[in-house]
Design a protein around this ligand. Structure first.
Ligand code: IPM
Ligand code: MN
Length: 351
């Protein structure tokens, strides 16, 4: 197949980890006979420095015309307090491309159970897919600051809830057939709407999927006390942001987790869950696994290349099993650099 890919390296460790992900994509294209053409564009702090805008028009236009978009990370201390923030670029691209569903799989690799801050028996078998609503809620509500006061509105419509719950329901059907919806319906009005609409969609459209509702504070606790009980978890933008960072740590390192942001149609956006980590950037020590697994999600969800996606995931598992690890997951064992881990994944690819 032919595919047009847009690459947005961004800031900090973004360019380093994305370089490994794109090397893996090139290797996949070569081995499986696909023609991937790729274009690089600016986003985040790098874009602010070059153009004054976190999401330049040229970047957005290229993304709209792409089959899939791969992003590194945005942000850093250099742009703190500035009028235009790097994070605005990421929020704007999610919004402009209509990427309302953010899929964040949290899987504990058997080889890495000892790295988890929890006991190995508590995290063995953890395999959760978070589906985070990504273009609504408090992130995009009216906001303001004046006279020593500030506010930001949390708002959801039934349509916004229904479409993300449908994505989560379909994902549950393709996995272990269980969905957990997380909200704060005992306090927040938008959560009460979320809960009612989710229950309606599940009863009407997914009666075959086991369904439960959990309050977000309890969920924060259950992620530590019984994380292996969850299959697919659907939640709002803010709760999903917080819970996925917590859940990521179950795997031992935030550097391991990929994410896919998808909409009704058009290209998906694929990125590691971790941030730009400016403290370790430019040193070839960042973990590229999250970015490489995000590339696999792009192959699967935007390009329809299931076999190739599985091959990339298998190659990552092989490399980790062999003990090829960056510092964050080395656990006292030998350490390799970002590029070396990426090369090991390319070598392990069986296509
Ligand atoms: C994430 C990040 C972003 C978010 C920031 C960088 C805007 O933390 O993707 O989880 O809050 O959504
Ligand atoms: Mn986050």
């Amino acid at each position: 197949m032919k595919a047009n890919i847009v690459v947005l390296p961004g800031d900090g460790i973004g360019p380093e980890v994305l370089a490994q992900a794109t090397a893996v994509l090139s290797a996949v294209g070569e081995a499986a006979g696909h023609e991937f053409t790729s274009e690089e564009h600016l986003i985040g702090g790098a874009a602010i420095d070059a153009t004054g805008k976190a999401l330049p028009e040229a970047t957005l236009a290229a993304c709209r015309a792409a089959d899939a978009v791969f992003l590194g990370a945005v942000g850093g201390p250099a742009w703190e307090g500035a009028a235009e923030r790097p994070e605005q670029g990421l929020l704007a691209i999610r919004h402009q491309l209509g990427l309302f569903a953010n899929l964040r799989p949290i899987r504990v690799f058997p080889e890495l159970v000892d790295l988890s801050p929890l006991r190995p028996q508590a995290v063995t078998g953890v395999d959760i897919l978070f589906v985070r609503e990504l273009t609504g809620g408090i992130y995009f509500g009216d906001s303001g600051m004046s006279g020593g006061e500030a506010y930001q509105v949390m708002k959801y419509s039934v349509e916004e809830v229904a479409r993300v719950v449908r994505v989560a329901g379909e994902q549950a059907r393709a996995r272990r057939n269980k969905l957990t919806s997380v909200d704060k319906a005992n306090v927040l009005e938008p959560s009460r709407l979320w809960r009612a609409e989710t229950a309606r969609i599940m009863a009407d459209e997914f009666p075959d999927v086991e369904f439960e509702e959990i309050l977000v504070d309890a969920m924060a606790m259950f992620l530590l006390s019984r994380p292996a009980d969850f299959d697919v978890v659907v939640t709002s933008n803010l709760f999903g942001d917080i819970l996925t960072d917590e859940a990521a740590m179950l795997t031992g390192s935030l550097g391991m987790i990929p994410s896919a942001s998808i909409g009704e149609s058009g290209p998906g956006l694929y990125e590691p869950v971790h941030g730009s980590a400016p403290d370790i950037s430019g040193q070839d020590i960042a973990n590229p696994v999250g970015a490489i697994l995000a590339a696999a999600m792009g192959l699967r969800l935007s390009l329809g290349l299931e076999k190739e996606a599985s091959a990339v995931e298998a190659a990552v598992a092989t490399v980790l099993a062999k003990g090829v690890r960056t510092a964050d997951i080395a656990g006292g064992g030998p350490v390799v650099g970002t590029a070396q881990l990426g090369r090991a994944v390319v070598t392990a690819l069986a296509l």
